[in-house]
Design a protein around this ligand. Structure first.
Ligand code: 13P
Ligand code: SF4
Length: 312
């Protein structure tokens, strides 16, 4: 590591201790941030672990809805984020007022929302899910229950296919996961016949149908660790490759290419807004901090708690 970066990392470690802060990072953040973090995980693990941390401050290196979920679960803590602009195209594809109108237009439905939503959408929801517990939670709902699922049409379609349900889907998607090229993946599979294909359920159906494993970031990581295979094609955001390579020495991980050759579309530009400099600044300044309207938080906590109760 070059000298300047070393000094920055040291400064972050010192500030973290002085401030009594815990750093949490999602698998899609830069490797150097994951390596500094006290907790690295998928969306579900970050939500669960936030509630168990003894620290006064949490710095959530991920995207806005992850910080918001931590704040709703830990209202007495200050939840800092390195960059307030780190949003999520999937959450943005579901504005709360439009979702409310959709829910009202379909009375008698249970509302299941993916965690990649704003607090205002969660406040309209009966139970929140993540990609690691969506199947388990939907399976646990009574078979005759009519369900609205939002906002990701791809995850919704996948859960429908796995549970035999016919959930009514909101038409949203993630700009990163929709970009993977089926043709390029098929070509890669031909070039690497022994490679296992790992796919996040936010990808399009045609890609999930080819997968050896469909799962959350943590589930894909576990699969790679436990598999006897030596090569893996990875159809999710590129940040996960850091942890895969770290935890699976001797195995090789090939990022699945996006439709547009040469573009960096398998990078989530929002996740990449988390930098070491901004992490240092937010520990130093104790800002920016996530705030959630108390009325919305009081409603949004119920479906999040229900999720935590319903999943292992
Ligand atoms: P995970 O819950 O699998 O970590 O996914 C979060 C996410 O934003 C995927 O794009
Ligand atoms: Fe949102 Fe997609 Fe980025 Fe995940 S990868 S945080 S769904 S924009």
């Amino acid at each position: 590591m070059e000298k300047e970066k070393e000094a920055l990392v040291e400064e972050i470690r010192r500030l973290k201790k002085e401030r009594d802060a815990a750093i949490m990072a999602h698998y899609y953040t830069e490797g150097e941030i994951q390596d500094l973090a006290d907790v690295v995980g998928d969306s579900l693990a970050l939500a669960r672990k936030a509630t168990t941390l003894p620290n006064k401050f949490i710095v959530l290196c991920g995207v806005h809805f992850m910080g918001e979920t931590a704040k709703i679960l830990c209202p007495d803590k200050t939840v800092l984020v390195p960059d307030m602009e780190a949003g999520c195209s999937l959450a943005d594809s579901c504005p709360a007022d439009e979702f409310e109108a959709f829910v009202k237009a379909h009375p008698g439905h249970t509302v299941v929302s993916y965690v990649n939503t704003s607090a205002a959408v969660k406040a309209l929801t009966d139970v929140v899910v993540t990609s690691s517990n969506a199947k388990e939670i939907v399976d646990a709902l009574p078979k005759d229950e009519k369900i609205i699922f939002g906002p990701d049409r791809n995850l919704g379609n996948y859960i429908n296919s796995q549970t035999g349900r016919d959930m009514l889907l909101w038409d949203g998607a993630c700009h990163v996961h929709e970009q993977f090229s089926l043709k390029a993946i098929i070509d890669l599979k031909k070039q690497h016949p022994g490679a296992k294909l790992l796919v996040h359920p936010e990808c399009k159906k045609a890609v999930t149908l080819l997968a050896d494993k469909v799962g959350s970031t943590a589930a894909l990581l576990d699969y790679a660790r436990e598999s006897d295979a030596k090569e893996f094609i990875v159809a999710t955001e590129s940040g996960i490759l850091h942890k895969m390579r770290q935890l699976c020495p001797g195995k090789s991980f090939i990022p699945a290419p996006p439709e547009e050759a040469g573009c960096a579309c398998n990078n989530c530009s929002y996740m990449k807004l988390n930098t070491l400099e901004k992490l240092r600044d937010c520990l130093r300044d104790l800002s920016p901090a996530i705030e959630v309207d108390p009325e919305i938080a009081a409603k949004a906590i119920r479906p999040i708690d229900r999720m935590l109760e319903m999943s292992k």
